[in-house]
Design a protein around this ligand. Structure first.
Ligand code: RTP
Ligand code: MG
Length: 146
């Protein structure tokens, strides 16, 4: 079997406010992935700007950073073979209104009519993103399983 992958999952402030941390982690663990690091914190603009650097300049960037700094998030490093793709599949597509039922966003999310797409969770979208994001949120933790 090839080496297990690591991915960065965030339960965003809307997920924490709505009391869905346990539900998200339950789905991750029920799928068979392992939690290898976990921390609740309120992120500042510097961390969030770096985390979402690929979206800088887009119209939703400012509101996105503001939303993500609006309360605590739960940051989790999740491990397992193909965990990056697997968590994206569990999360569902970005817009919770059209995300498939059965996914976190599809089952638990909706459009609240506010400026930013509040969609409960983040998951790294590639091995490069995962390594970069794990380094930002958990400096000192290995970005990949040994
Ligand atoms: P994420 O990075 O949070 O896992 O979500 P994603 O890959 O599905 O979506 P991405 O395109 O990376 O966008 C990052 C987050 O920005 C917000 N967003 N709002 N048009 C909009 O209003 C818009 N587009 C994106 C969402 O919170 C999205 O998850
Ligand atoms: Mg993304």
């Amino acid at each position: 079997m090839s080496a297990a992958e690591r991915t960065l999952v965030l339960v965003k402030p809307d997920g924490v406010r709505r009391g869905l941390v346990g539900e998200v982690l339950r789905r991750v663990e029920s799928k068979g992935y392992t939690l290898v690091a976990l921390e609740m914190r309120t992120a500042d603009g510097e961390l969030l700007g770096a985390h979402y650097a690929e979206h800088e300049g887009k119209p939703f960037f400012g509101p996105l950073v503001e939303f993500m700094a609006s309360g605590p998030v739960v940051a989790v490093v999740v491990e397992g073979h193909r965990a990056i793709e697997g968590f994206r599949s569990l999360a569902g597509s970005t817009d919770p209104t059209s995300a498939a039922p059965g996914t976190i966003r599809g089952d638990l999310g909706r459009d609240w009519g506010v400026a930013v797409t509040q969609n409960l969770v983040h998951g790294s979208d590639s091995p490069e993103s995962a390594a970069r994001e794990i380094g930002l949120w958990f400096p000192g933790l290995a970005p990949a399983a040994s």
